[in-house]
Design a protein around this ligand. Sequence first.
Ligand code: AMP
Ligand code: MG
Length: 392
Amino acid sequence: MFRLSVEEYAERVADLPVRPSAVQVEQLQWAVHRVAAEDLRSPVDLPLFRNSQMDGFAARSADVAGAPVELPVVAEIPAGAVEPRPLAHGGVARIMTGAPLPDGADCVIPVEDTTDAGDGRVRIERGRGIGEYVRNRGSDVHSEEVLVPAGTLLEPRHLAALAAAGVAEVPVLGHLSVPIITTGAELLPPGEPLTPGRIYDANRVALETGLAVNGIGVGLRRRTSDDPSEFAAAFEEVHRASLVITSGGVSKGAYEVVRDVLEPRGVEFGSVAMQPGGPQGIGVVDGTPVLCFPGNPVSTQVSFAVFARPLLRRVAGLPPIEADAAELAHAVSSVPGRRQFLRGLRTGGIVEIVGGPGSHLVAAMARANVLVDVPAETTELAAGETVRVLPL
Ligand code: AMP
Ligand code: MG
């Protein structure tokens, strides 16, 4: 039976031995929002070859130094041209953006600076120096240089750079697998007809989509009654995973099925000085870490955001979701001795509290976009005071 502050409990959560995932090789399109497992080096120089930055005329800068001049157009080089012939002295080659520059040419005259002089000749109004409008081979990245460092959360721009370098597959950290067990004899899956005494299971979808939007793999999902043998069987089915999350059945009342089954197996139950989310269970069963959240839907969602999400994002190599500051729209009072995570709606830099303190208020929670973190010792906050807010 532990009694811990949020900070102390968060440290215990952070110490859980969640297994770092095995590396997987994914095609580029499936690698978005995954994490690069190693330094990804470019196998080639980029640009791949010296090419033109403009539609215009490849020239020798010495030949156009006396512009305006008229010169013969001795070749035409479209994008995709293969090994154009070296540029003859005193001539220019019509060239398209991205087309390879012929040997001998050292600059490009943009088409805007030219006029057709007839007879296969072009009038060049303005000369250009060596290298102007020329993209040199390897000027973006050299072969064997790191294109994307290990640990990068892969965004479309990273994948585009890899594609440009001809890389088709990337090693990424594997998904964590997090099974979910929701418990309660009263629970019904949404969509089924309601019968007396039953309520719909809000926690399964909160947890599975909470995992999904954080790029964490959802494992098996089970919903059980408060019958210990039923819960034990479900736990047996799911428990070889990165981390098991359960909801409900962790307090001190009767029918605390999660506690009754997992306490003898080494999971510790106790209370964290917070609201909502006070009763919590934590432990490792057969090598698999387990977090047991209280069943009230707001408690489950707050527990996920405050404890599970930082742990899982860190192990998955994802950046933390940082808390930031906002100004209270109105005064707030809070009970002493417990850190409160009030539901808040932040608009710009201002946050207002939505709904009351009850941890069953799912509709009010749905209107919130942050948790407003009120320290344990604080009892009154005035309008305009700065508070810490944790994005949901
Ligand atoms: P428990 O932690 O099991 O004592 O549950 C606390 C409260 O939350 C009870 O009113 C339960 O009916 C409710 N509850 C538990 N699990 C869920 C769930 N998955 N979805 C919605 N409400 C739940
Ligand atoms: Mg219950």
